[in-house]
Design a protein around this ligand. Structure first.
Ligand SMILES: Nc1nc2c(ncn2[C@@H]2O[C@H](COP(=O)(O)OP(=O)(O)O)[C@@H](O)[C@H]2O)c(=O)[nH]1
Ligand SMILES: [Mg+2]
Length: 524
């Protein structure tokens, strides 16, 4: 199933409320104390991002980013979570799901980090059961493991669960596109000078090359490079990298800056057209919010363009590329509202309108902004109709909520669309609370999460793949539903169809060129 060779370098990020045992768990798993600042040790809380390297039972190594849980440091958490591939959420057995457990879950959702494990910590002094139920409700489909960092209980099971999660995920880093590193720390080393660290999102960095520091456009040269404390000539995408720069003072570079090739197309922007989704409440038109991108953030006004499309009008520049993820936070009181994806990082200033909507819908489907010339008139007609009266996303109506409840209760055997109100379904889809699985069938996301988990577990027992009959038995449902669900999993790239079998996709089928064999460790 896995084609051997080099698995993607993955980064695991912690998440969870303060004092729910994130740092203690990383220490128990890796031997590294990520609370290193004197103030962190004195107060017993994490303030800065911490880094470690975790070796899984297979020998595979993950880079680990340990984030602070305090509500005052959610912005630091977002900066840490922005480059991660997998999450490790902690929920304390004696405390259960708390405000930053929920908020961090929203941040992960906004960043589209959907694979990970929940550890219910402190299972030594308290019974983990209620916290485990709360955790499964908060993140349907995630594996939940009871652990104690104090006694070591459950840690082997947690390692195995992390191994499974890692085998499902591919690095989001892209070796083939332009070089980009979002800086998360800057410091000086005596004799070396300025050093910055971050995850290399895409491209590669080589010793001796000239880079540009955005948004200011200052030039600097790479004097040295390290990947997990070892000097390297070149760093490939997906790695946590430390870059020793010359020709730039520490004062001229900060967290949030982006390192790019000197000839990069990447440009700072005050305007972004984006597709956004909100968990808590829909922002007001022109509401002032905080936008987080990479390791940087800026206040902005949100102008509604129709549907789920918004223009973000920034007060300070960000340096995004199309398809990057954004997190949207409320300014007062601070809270995470949702997030989404950059469609156009350099639009002109515009409001809602049919042309804008047609263009954004094309970009959201991954198509070029303009249709091909000759097909124009016929290609436009159906879309025109589709966008003529864009539904303004409203709070869900009582009827939509009732439909959601029906879907939720139906589990694996939901009613056909013909039995439900199409308007309710559209509203639920827009709110991320219903998933269209086939032409006339919607499922509740919780059911899909459960299906995904069970199919993966069943595949594990059957040599990495499942048949339709096995899925039907596993879910105790009819062939019709099992078929629709399997096709959905194929389409969502969870599985891939090979004859009668559906093989669970695993990491390692797309090795990062040049990645060394044992590598994925944080630089420190
Ligand atoms: N008994 C027990 N105490 C724990 C466990 N995990 C963490 N703690 C304690 O809980 C406190 C907070 O842990 P910490 O890892 O700093 O939480 P964080 O804020 O989520 O990083 C510390 O005093 C830890 O020693 C555990 O599994 N069992
Ligand atoms: Mg901590």
């Amino acid at each position: 199933m896995t084609e051997g060779g080099t698995a993607d370098p993955l980064t695991l990020g912690t998440a969870g409320h303060i004092d729910h045992g994130k740092t203690a768990l990383i220490r128990a798993l890796t031997g590294t104390d990520t609370d290193r600042l004197p103030e962190e040790r004195a107060r017993g809380i994490s303030i800065e991002l911490g880094y470690a390297s975790l070796t899984l039972p297979s020998g595979r190594r993950l880079s680990v980013v340990d984030v602070p849980g305090h509500e005052r440091f959610v912005r630091t958490m977002v900066a840490g979570a922005t480059g991660i591939d997998l999450y490790l959420m902690t929920v304390a057995a004696d405390d259960g799901v708390m405000p930053q457990t929920r908020e961090h879950a929203r941040v992960l959702r906004a960043l589209d980090v959907t694979t990970g494990v929940v550890a219910v910590t402190k299972s030594d002094p308290a019974d983990p059961e209620i916290a485990m139920i709360e955790a499964s409700e908060l993140i349907p489909g995630a594996e939940v493991v009871a652990v104690s960092s104090e006694t070591g209980y459950g840690l082997d099971e947690l390692r195995a669960a992390l191994e499974r999660a890692a085998s499902l995920e591919r690095s989001r880093a892209d070796a083939t596109s332009a070089t980009r590193l979002h800086i998360d720390r800057v410091f000086t080393i005596r004799g070396a000078g300025t050093v910055v660290t971050g995850t290399l999102w895409s491209g590669a960095i080589a010793r001796g090359e000239e880079l540009v520091v955005l948004p200011r456009g200052v030039r600097a040269r790479v004097r040295g490079l390290q990947i997990h404390e070892r000097p390297v000539q070149e760093a490939p995408a997906g790695q946590r990298v430390a870059v020793n720069l010359t020709g730039i003072a520490v004062a001229d570079i900060a967290r949030g800056d982006v390192l790019a090739r000197a000839a990069s197309q990447l440009r700072p922007t005050y305007l972004i057209d984006a597709q956004l989704r909100f968990d808590e409440r829909e922002p007001e038109h022109h509401e002032r919010v905080q936008i987080h991108h990479g390791t940087r953030e800026a206040p902005a006004r949100l102008a509604w363009l129709g549907g789920s499309f918004w223009q973000i009008r920034l007060e300070q520049q960000l340096v995004p590329a199309a398809a990057d993820h954004l997190v949207v936070r409320q300014i007062a009181p601070p809270d995470t509202l949702g997030g989404g994806v950059v469609l156009d990082p350099h639009p002109r200033k515009h409001g809602p309108g049919r042309d804008a909507l047609v263009r954004l819908e094309r970009l959201a489907r991954g198509e070029p902004p303009e249709p091909p010339r000759e097909a124009e008139s016929s290609a436009l007609r159906p879309r025109r109709r589709a966008v003529a009266a864009p539904p303004r996303p409203e709070p869900l109506s009582p009827s939509a909520l009732a439909t959601e409840q029906r879907l939720r209760e139906a589990g694996f055997e939901p009613p056909l669309d013909s039995e439900l109100d199409p308007g309710d379904l559209a509203a639920l889809r827009a709110a991320g609370r219903a998933i269209r699985v086939s032409k006339n069938l919607h499922y509740h996301p919780e059911a899909i999460g459960e299906v995904r988990r069970r199919v993966i577990a069943a595949a594990e027992r059957h040599g990495g793949a499942v048949t339709l009959a096995q899925v039907r038995d596993e879910l105790s449902t009819s062939r019709k539903f099992a078929q629709a669900l399997l096709e959905h999993l194929d389409a969502s790239k969870v599985t891939i169809r090979r004859g009668d079998e559906h093989v669970v996709r695993a990491a390692g089928t797309r090795p990062v060129p040049g990645a060394p064999a044992g590598y994925a460790r944080g630089v420190d």
